[in-house]
Ligand binder design. Structure first.
Ligand code: FE2
Ligand code: FE2
Length: 395
């Protein structure tokens, strides 16, 4: 089978990317396309690139109904920069493609002019043939001349295919905040995850913490469903934003936010065993169990030593009588991060703009109300936390 390999940061995935994929298949130069969102940026951890699970799942959502096309997670690995030559080698070694498959590295015509400066350009061509898109408006003669030059240097054929559509650049979309050239699914994804927000909260965490968050994202990617991971990343970002807003430590809030549900998808038996290490004498209810279990798992599996972070994870479901600022922030971010659509969260979100305790009280009351509608009562610890907040409000 002839397989097109199409890699990129896809930050965001836009209509120009879509026209590359569709054009390659329509040209019949390839039978299908494997799309590979980059994982680690090639050089030092860059905050200018959106965290990779966001980009991976954005591309997945955009292409879920696209025929003859699949999204591959082969670059979602920490610590290894995403060099094209390594990715191609790994595709073979990990049997994502078979030995019989012929690979075509899809690229825009601009790539032809920088190709010689790529990392191991000769070796890349041992694995794949360059397949270059010719878009309306580009100088085709120049592109073909450059291709002839590369063919001479490397002794390998360069192939072409024609595509429709205009030139679109992700960097321009990000800079202008104009999402006219992204499909509706991607627009919805960007909104649900508040990507490309002006305040970019993660710019405020320390370099070391940013590296740690990236590392944990890659681990969580392989341990958690996409939905849970995206929710966790949202909680991480919102918690960091609130840390800046309310004078808390952004590193602690970001870390607790990212890991708050780290035990939620573990088998129940394991959650009970983990929880028993800090909760003695009884097993917490099913909805709550993952929070004490998560605190232990974060310590044992993710190496978190900071008790304030571990506490915020432990108390994110029901609260506790006296909440730290980190507890409050993570609790609230978990309930109102942008992909949360249940109930009407507008009043809590509005309060969270300026008044952390006010937002928390509103949130507790909304939960108490929804429990009451089902004939249930909120947890004793939540009641204590609410009472304490009301009594100490403004003091
Ligand atoms: Fe949770
Ligand atoms: Fe959560």
């Amino acid at each position: 089978m002839k397989i097109g390999i199409y890699g990129g940061a896809f930050d965001p995935f836009h209509n120009g990317h879509l026209s590359m994929i569709r054009g390659a298949i329509a040209s019949k130069k390839v039978d299908r396309v494997i799309v590979i969102p980059t994982g680690m940026p090639c050089f030092k951890p860059s905050r200018k690139v959106t965290l990779s699970p966001y980009r991976y799942y954005m591309v997945k959502a955009a292409l879920k109904d696209e025929p003859k096309c699949e999204v591959c997670d082969i670059e979602q690995v920490f610590g290894k920069p995403s060099y094209t030559v390594d990715t191609l080698k790994n595709l073979r070694e990990q049997k994502v493609v078979s030995d019989k498959d012929e690979l075509f590295l899809m690229c825009g015509s601009d790539i032809l002019f920088e190709y010689e400066s790529w990392y191991h350009p000769d070796e890349i061509l041992e694995y794949a043939t360059l397949l270059c898109a010719l878009r309306p408006g580009i100088d085709e003669g120049q592109a073909r001349n450059q291709a002839a030059h590369l063919e001479e240097v490397f002794g390998k054929k360069v192939k072409f295919f024609k595509i429709d559509g205009i030139e679109v650049a992700s960097s321009k979309i990000r800079r202008d905040g104009d999402f006219g050239d992204v499909c509706d699914v991607v627009k919805e994804f960007i909104e649900d995850h508040d990507l490309y927000s002006e305040d970019s909260p993660l710019m405020n965490v320390s370099d070391d913490m940013y590296k740690t968050l990236m590392q944990h994202c890659f681990t969580l990617f392989h341990e958690m469903s996409g939905k849970r991971l995206l929710h966790s990343m949202n909680v991480c970002v919102v918690s960091t934003r609130y840390a800046m807003r309310f004078g808390a430590d952004p590193d602690k809030c970001a870390l607790a936010g990212l890991l708050h549900d780290c035990a939620k998808e573990l088998p129940e038996k394991q959650q009970i065993e983990l929880s028993a290490k800090i909760i003695h004498g009884y097993i917490p209810g099913k909805q709550i169990l993952h929070s004490p279990a998560g605190a232990v798992y974060a310590k044992e599996h993710y190496g978190v030593e900071d008790q304030e972070v571990l506490d915020a994870i432990q108390f994110h479901t029901i609260g506790r009588e006296v909440m730290t600022i980190t507890d409050k922030i993570v609790y609230l971010a978990d309930k109102i991060e942008p992909s949360r659509h249940f109930d009407d969260l507008s009043e809590i979100r509005r309060l969270a703009e300026t008044d952390l305790d006010g937002a928390l009280i509103e949130c507790y009351c909304a939960i108490r109300e929804s429990f009451a509608e089902k004939g249930q009562e909120i947890h004793e610890d939540t009641k204590k936390s609410l009472k304490y907040l009301l009594e100490h409000r403004g003091k």
